[in-house]
Design a binder for this molecule. Structure first.
Ligand SMILES: Cc1cc2nc3c(=O)[nH]c(=O)nc-3n(C[C@H](O)[C@H](O)[C@H](O)COP(=O)(O)O)c2cc1C
Length: 543
C-alpha cells in the first residue's frame, strides 16, 4: 500500500464509504435495541459483503479496472451485460465516435484471454456496404500447421540479420506507457518470440527485465544516445545497440497520428526513471524536435543509416515514417540510388495510426492513410529494383488477421500494432492517455493507477493475442489455397465499390512493374508530378 496519500483518490471514495459504513454498523451493533439491531445488522451484512468484494477487487489480477475502481467497477460490467438491450433505446452507434468498434475490441480481448474467438449467427458486417472487402477462398484450401510466420530483415547487408514475426508491437515509449505496461509487453514478446519496438523514449530498465526482442527506435530527441546538448552521441549509441537484446534499429522520422509535429513530455511527467532512460534532466520538459539534427539531406540520412548499422555491429537499420510530400520519399530513394546505401527496412505508419497525445488537426487531417502510403513506398521500391533489398513494415489500425492479410496483399512484409496490443493489456479505449488518468494503468505514470496492470498476467495476454492473430492468419491464408501469407497479393482481395459492382484490389489500385521507374516515370501521375521535384541533395522540392 506504500504512501497512503497516493490512495486518497476519488475513485476509491465509494469503497472507503462502504468500509466506513461497515465499521460503524459493526461498532454500534452491540449497543442497539433489538429492532434497530436487525436493520443495522442487515446494513453491516451488506456492507460487509461489499467490503469483501472490494478487497478482492484490489488484489485480483485479471481485470485492471476493478483494481483501480473497487466495487464500482461492477456497475460497468452490469451496464455492459445489459448494454445490447438498452443500446437501441439510449445509445447511438458508438462506432462513429471511437477509433475501434466494440466488435473489434471484443475480438482482441477474446484472443488475448485465449477464449473462443468464434462468433455465432454470421457476420455483423454489411456485405453490401461500399468498401466492404473479402478474401476469395479456394476450392483446394491448404492446412497450414506452422503459424509462426517470419520474414528475414537485413539479409543482404547485415552480419546479424533478424527473422522478424509478421505481427509485432509497434513503437510506444516508456513515458507514454506505464512501467507495468512496458514490462508486460516485453515479457509477452519474450514468451511469443516476436519484437517489441521501444518507441522514441529509448530503452528503459523495464525493457530489460524479461529480455524480449527489442527494436530500438531513435527519434529526433536521440534519447538514450544523446549528449547534454541533445545532439547524437555515437559512443553511447554503439554501447547500447550492441546489446544482444537489440535486434534492429529504427530511425523515427514521423508517426501517422502527428506527422511533422514534435513531441513534448511535460516536466511534471519526466520522472527519475524516465529521465534515466532518456538521458535527460528530471522534472524538465523533454522535447522531441520536429526533425532530426544529425542529418539534413537525404544523402546524409543514408550515410547516417550506414553508420548506425556499423556502430550496432551489423544489425538491420531502417526508418519509420508517415508519408507526407511524395517528393521527400522520392528524394530518399534517389539518395539510395546515388549512394548505394539502402535501409534494411521502411516502416510505413498510416495517418489512422494512434498516439499518446496529439493536436486534433494533426490526428484528423495530416499524413497519408496507410493504403496510399504503403502502395507508394512499395511501388517506388519495386519500380527502382530496390524492393529485394528493403523490407516494408506497415502500421495503422492493424488489429485483426484480416488487417494483417490486407497489408501484406498491398505490399508489406510484416505489420505492427500499437493499440491492438494496448487492448491486449486491458485498454478500454477510455481515450484518457494524455491525462495520466488511464483507468486500466496502461498509459499513466501514477504508481497507484498502474498497479491495476499486473505484468505477469497481462504478458500472457499479449503473447496470446499475437499467437491467436497469427493462427487466424494461417487459417485465412490456407482458405485462400496459399501456403504462406507472403504469397497474398492484391488479386486475392475484393472490394465492393457500389451495390452492383465489386473489383479486385489488383484492378482497383495501381501496381508498378519491377524496374519500370528506371525507364520512365511518365506513366503514373504521382511520379509524373513529383519525381523531378525530388533531389538526393535536399528534402526541399527542386524549383
Ligand atoms: C500510446 C502511444 C504511444 C506511441 N509512441 C510512439 C513513439 O514513441 N514512436 C513512434 O514512432 N510511434 C509511436 N506511436 C505510434 C505507434 O507506434 C503506431 O505507429 C501507431 O499507433 C499505429 O497504429 P495502431 O495503434 O493503430 O496500431 C504511439 C502510439 C500510441 C498509441
Amino acid at each position: 500500500m506504500g504512501n497512503i496519500g497516493l490512495w486518497l483518490q476519488p475513485r476509491y471514495a465509494a469503497f472507503a464509504v462502504i468500509v466506513g459504513v461497515f465499521l460503524a454498523s459493526v461498532l454500534v451493533l452491540p449497543f442497539l435495541i433489538p429492532w434497530a439491531m436487525a436493520t443495522v445488522g442487515l446494513v453491516a451484512l451488506v456492507s460487509g459483503l461489499l467490503v469483501a468484494v472490494g478487497i478482492r477487487d484490489l488484489y485480483q489480477s485479471k481485470q485492471s479496472i476493478r483494481r483501480n475502481y473497487p466495487v464500482i467497477a461492477h456497475l460497468r460490467f452490469l451496464l455492459e451485460f445489459i448494454r445490447p438491450e438498452i443500446r437501441q433505446y439510449f445509445l447511438e452507434d458508438d462506432q462513429e465516435r471511437i477509433p475501434f468498434s466494440r466488435a473489434q475490441r471484443a475480438l482482441v480481448y477474446q484472443r488475448a484471454k485465449g477464449v473462443v474467438d468464434k462468433r455465432p449467427f454470421g457476420t455483423q458486417l454489411d456485405v453490401y456496404a461500399d468498401d466492404y472487402e473479402w478474401i476469395n477462398h479456394s476450392m483446394h484450401p491448404v492446412h497450414i500447421h506452422d503459424w509462426n510466420f517470419r520474414t528475414r530483415v537485413g539479409e543482404h547487408t547485415c552480419s546479424q540479420p533478424y527473422d522478424l514475426s509478421l505481427f509485432n508491437i509497434s513503437a510506444m515509449s516508456f513515458g507514454a506507457l506505464s512501467a507495468n505496461a512496458v514490462l508486460a509487453l516485453n515479457k509477452g514478446a519474450k514468451i511469443g518470440g516476436f519484437a517489441h519496438d521501444t518507441g522514441e523514449g529509448s530503452i528503459s530498465s523495464y525493457h530489460r527485465v524479461h529480455g524480449g526482442d527489442l527494436i530500438w527506435e531513435i527519434g529526433s530527441g536521440y534519447f538514450g544516445c544523446r549528449n547534454d546538448d541533445g545532439s547524437f552521441d555515437a559512443e553511447r549509441f554503439s554501447a547500447c545497440a550492441r546489446d544482444p537484446q537489440v535486434k534492429m534499429v529504427e530511425i523515427k522520422l514521423s508517426q501517422g497520428a502527428k506527422p511533422g509535429h514534435g513531441g513534448v513530455l511535460p516536466g511534471a511527467k519526466v520522472t527519475r526513471e524516465i529521465a534515466l532512460a532518456r538521458g535527460v534532466p528530471q522534472g524538465v520538459d523533454c522535447i522531441s524536435p520536429a526533425s532530426h539534427s544529425v542529418f539534413t539531406t537525404p544523402i546524409e540520412m543514408m550515410e547516417f543509416l550506414a553508420r548506425l548499422r556499423e556502430l550496432s555491429g551489423g544489425k538491420p537499420v531502417g526508418f519509420k515514417f508517415a508519408l507526407g510530400h511524395p517528393w521527400e520519399f522520392f528524394a530518399m530513394c534517389k539518395a539510395m540510388m546515388k549512394t548505394g546505401i539502402t535501409p534494411d527496412f521502411v516502416v510505413v505508419d498510416g495517418a489512422e495510426g494512434g498516439t499518446g497525445a496529439a493536436p486534433v488537426e494533426f490526428t484528423d487531417h495530416v499524413g497519408t492513410p496507410l493504403q496510399e502510403a504503403l502502395l507508394l513506398v512499395h511501388n517506388t521500391l519495386v519500380g527502382l529494383n530496390l524492393r529485394s533489398r528493403v523490407k516494408i513494415g506497415a502500421a495503422g489500425k492493424v488489429i485483426t488477421a484480416f488487417d494483417v492479410a490486407r497489408s501484406l496483399a498491398l505490399g508489406a512484409d510484416w505489420t505492427n500494432s500499437g493499440r491492438g496490443f494496448m487492448f491486449a493489456l486491458g485498454c478500454l479505449q477510455a481515450q484518457a492517455c494524455h491525462t495520466g488518468h488511464c483507468p486500466t494503468g496502461v498509459t499513466t505514470q501514477d504508481p497507484v493507477r498502474q498497479r491495476a496492470l499486473v505484468p505477469d498476467d497481462k504478458a500472457q495476454r499479449v503473447a496470446n493475442y499475437h499467437r491467436n492473430t497469427l493462427v487466424a492468419l494461417a487459417e485465412l491464408t490456407g482458405a485462400a489455397g496459399l501456403t504462406h501469407p507472403g504469397r497474398l497479393g492484391p488479386q486475392h482481395i475484393v472490394r465492393r465499390v457500389s451495390t452492383s459492382e465489386v473489383r479486385l484490389l489488383s484492378h482497383l489500385l495501381t501496381f508498378i512493374k519491377p524496374g519500370e521507374l528506371l525507364e520512365s516515370q511518365a506513366q503514373h501521375a504521382v511520379y509524373r508530378v513529383f519525381w523531378n521535384m525530388a533531389s538526393a541533395e535536399s528534402f526541399a522540392p527542386a524549383a
